[in-house]
Design a protein around this ligand. Structure first.
Ligand code: NAD
Ligand code: TYD
Length: 340
């Protein structure tokens, strides 16, 4: 298979490429990435320079660029596309929704349009549980739950999901949508809760907790999400959306205290700050459809996954240094100043 992966220099894309090269010796992967603040080509340098260099190719490009995408799909005789490329951070989307609409809606539509024109055999659009909005204390999201996004990020992801549905219904594009809960693991940018808490705790800096800290997320180890995407690519029904989750619902404050206890750091670092506007209260996933049709099940529980994650960050301190550019620090400084 000749696979075009977009956004492969980001958190999930990097983990996905490592796993797929290992699991499928006959696949060739083209990783097309714009290298925004969240993309790091160096993540996959060991592949670019190692034994798999003939079946991994980095392409610097933007999913919004029609001519370039179409040319790339044709030139490299692409069989299937996996679209991870996105602006992915809710706080940034609150600050400025525009790049979210450009990449997450227009970019996704552009990819689908090129795929349709060329007749690509399979298109996996990677989406999120956040498109469903928020839950009360009971119940779980199902694929039939109406889309009700609350942040500019989730609205942009829902826009692309609806476009994917339309491309299937109207043009018969062989598209499968995946909706997964909160991921954690190696290579996650330290603007997201788990790496941010790890980084701040290590350096004895305050850990900002939004609101009362009782918002609940369902956490999944990134490799389990990658397996879900792989299964959707190989076995998913065209036009279908599949939920993936980790069966690990945790209030934020519990996640933070667990990281502090692993690192042996004091709870006095916890600092309650003003809540995120439109902050979804609870996410939980019913992934029985993916279990039944694709054979999906998460392989790690939260404690196992978190231990692996912390071990990775401990062993890769340079990586954290590397990805924290000036632009990232300025943005976060501004954000926390406003919320104190
Ligand atoms: P990320 O922010 O770590 O990586 C995004 C990547 O996309 C970066 O490498 C960036 O350079 C690239 N990119 C951005 N705009 C681009 C463009 N216009 N053209 C080409 N490349 C571009 O994100 P992530 O956490 O790895 O998420 C990947 C996908 O999974 C996203 O679509 C996200 O919505 C979805 N998702 C994420 C989670 C999560 O918990 N992180 C959960 C469910 C779904
Ligand atoms: P995040 O990692 O941004 O993912 P998402 O918003 O996509 O779920 O946040 C996870 C949860 O942690 C969310 O409820 C917001 C909260 N949070 C904090 O309390 N403090 C922080 O500094 C961050 C980044 C998030």
């Amino acid at each position: 298979m000749r696979l075009l992966v977009t956004g492969g220099c980001g958190f999930i894309g990097t983990n996905f490429i490592y796993l797929m090269l290992e699991r499928h010796p006959d696949w060739t992967i083209f990783n097309l990435d714009k290298l925004t603040y969240a993309g790091n080509r160096k993540n996959l340098l060991p592949v670019e320079q190692g034994k798999d260099k003939k079946r991994y190719h980095f392409l610097h490009g933007d999913i919004c660029d029609r001519e370039y995408i179409e040319e790339t799909m044709l030139k490299h005789r692409i069989d299937a596309v996996i679209n991870f490329a996105a602006e992915s951070h809710v706080d940034r989307s609150i600050n400025d929704p525009s790049p979210f609409v450009t990449t997450n809606v227009q970019g996704a539509q552009n990819l689908m349009e090129c795929a349709r024109r060329i007749g690509i055999g399979r298109f996996v659009h990677v989406s999120t549980d956040e498109v469903y909005g928020t839950l009360g204390p009971e119940g779980k999201f199902m694929e039939t739950t109406p889309l009700a996004p609350n942040s500019p990020y989730s609205a942009s992801k829902a826009g692309a999901d609806l476009m994917a549905r339309a491309y299937f219904e109207t043009y018969g594009l062989p598209v499968v949508i995946t909706r997964c809960s909160n991921n954690y693991g190696p290579y996650q940018f330290p603007e997201k809760l788990i790496p941010l808490v790890y980084r701040n705790a290590k350096t004895d800096n305050p850990l900002p907790v939004y609101g009362d800290g009782l918002n609940v997320r369902d956490w999944i180890y990134v490799d389990d999400h990658c397996t879900g995407v792989e299964l959707a690519l190989l076995k998913g029904r065209e036009g279908q959306a599949y939920n993936f989750g980790g069966d690990a619902e945790k209030p934020n404050i519990e996640v933070i205290k667990t990281i502090l206890s692993i690192l042996g750091k004091p709870e006095s670092l916890i600092t309650f700050v003003k809540d995120r506007p439109g902050h979804d209260r609870r996410y939980a996933m019913d992934f029985s459809l993916a279990r039944k049709e694709l054979g999906f099940a998460p392989s790690l529980n939260f404690e196992q996954g978190l231990k692996k994650t912390v071990e990775w960050y401990e062993a890769n301190a340079n990586w954290l240094e590397d990805v924290q550019s000036g632009a990232y620090r300025d943005f976060m400084d501004e954000w926390y100043k406003e919320r104190k």
